[in-house]
Write a protein that binds this ligand. Sequence first.
Ligand SMILES: [Zn+2]
Length: 160
Amino acid sequence: MTIHHKIDAKTAELIDEAIGELPVKLGSLAAKLGVQVFRATLPAGISGEIKKIGEDQYAIRINRHETVERQRFTLAHELGHFLLHRDLIGDGLSDDALYRSKLSNSVEYEANRFAADLLMPRNEVEKLLKMIWVSEDELIQYASKHFGVSAQAAQIRLGI
Ligand SMILES: [Zn+2]
């Protein structure tokens, strides 16, 4: 699967491997990509940040006071910045609770899109949408557990 045109073949392979088992093991994927991840107490209103810590070396910090599902989305979002926007990160950037940073809204949208694609792979979403014997609420709850995301993120992704 091609998750994004900016992603090289080797990285795409690592991502494919990661999404082969749900919920996606984000920590393990980050480690394979060479990114250090820390759960930390961040300034109020900050969900995550990515910082340059050396020559082509990056670390991601996730606000540990937010829900686990939210932390997963934040990590996936920051990995999106790492893979797609490394040239824009500079020394680092912080994302607030609405995933706004010093970068443009369209760049932030792209990171959110990447996160959704990574956590909730499209072919799996399509499979779930065929579960017509369950109610929409049940489907959202099921998807939320299946993907390890918030009900809200699942609902947006399912488009229901
Ligand atoms: Zn961001």
